[in-house]
Design a protein. Structure first.
Length: 290
């Protein structure tokens, strides 16, 4: 008796099982490759921001751009005359500025950025629609403003005069920065807050708890009250000691080891131009310019 052409049910099941096995092997590698590709794009973006800051300083006698006006002019939370009120009913809501496509950046270094696409990290875009405070309806989010990230990077608040705060603790000129390789110029924040219950294991038997009060809202990584910064650093004694509760802190969404996105790191470009991964607990140490 001649056999009919075709596969038996068992043969088909074996093929399907082999394909499924191969997918379980390949998919994690593809995920890692995609994440790495997004990181490379993010690093390139930050490199352009670093070049933009250097160019601005060169054109302005070594003076840093105002930390509140570098991307958007008059983006000041505490100014009653600000065009960006903290109000869920406003289409210019301060907490929604980062994803408001109707706002056209007009800040001090915009003309030094040759491509609009460098303003946003692709990894940030991926998680913003799901995990951001705005996506979850938290804070003062205005649901009438679509969540389409327009910028995702923030300037070190200790570089430049910081708008309405003309305190002496800020480095106004690049020559005032003691160690340019130890001070970040631009970094990343999370689109969500870090709760105080967040434990970050660093070394064997050692953990720290990092928390931040606000996610990305403006373009300023305001980690702590400037008046208290130096004393806080001195008391910490090192970058891996228990940090304070930050107002803003470096992000943790790159390569996060947990589903909540708490156990990862962020990217930053430093004053000397080099790129580096930065942990949330390192925020203040790498902010201080003196």
């Amino acid at each position: 008796m001649s056999r009919k052409n075709g596969f038996t049910l068992i043969e088909l099941l074996v093929v399907i099982a082999i394909i499924a096995l191969l997918l379980t092997i390949v998919m994690p590698s593809l995920k890692i490759a995609k994440e790495r590709a997004q990181e490379v794009l993010c690093e390139n973006n930050l490199r352009q921001f670093g070049i933009g800051m250097t160019a601005y300083c060169n054109d302005n006698n070594g003076t840093f751009p105002d930390a509140e006006d570098w991307l958007l002019m008059n983006l000041v939370r505490n100014d009653p005359a600000s065009p960006f009120p903290v109000s869920s009913s406003s289409l210019m809501n301060f907490d929604c500025v980062w994803h408001n496509a109707a706002i056209i950046p007009d800040g001090l270094i915009i003309r030094y950025l040759t491509d609009d696409r460098v303003r946003a990290c692709p990894a940030f875009k991926r998680i913003a629609l799901q995990k951001s405070n705005c996506a979850r309806g938290l804070g003062t989010h205005n649901p009438a403003i679509p969540i389409v990230p327009q910028f995702t990077y923030s300037q070190n608040p200790f570089l430049g005069p910081l708008g309405y705060l003309r305190a002496s603790v800020f480095a106004r000129r690049i020559t005032q920065v003691k160690s340019p390789s130890q001070v970040f110029a631009y970094g990343e924040e999370n689109p969500y807050t870090l709760p105080s219950s967040n434990p970050r294991p660093l070394y064997t038997g050692f953990t720290v708890r990092v928390s931040s009060q606000t996610p990305l809202n403006d373009c300023l990584l305001y980690s702590i009250n400037p008046a208290a910064a130096k004393a806080t650093i001195d008391n910490a004694g090192g970058k891996y000691k228990v940090p304070p509760t930050f107002v803003d802190c470096m992000g943790s969404f790159h390569r996060a080891k947990d589903a909540d996105g708490y156990l990862g790191y962020s990217k930053a470009v430093f004053v000397d131009g080099h790129l580096q991964n930065v942990l949330p607990e390192e925020t203040l140490i790498y902010s201080w310019p003196f």
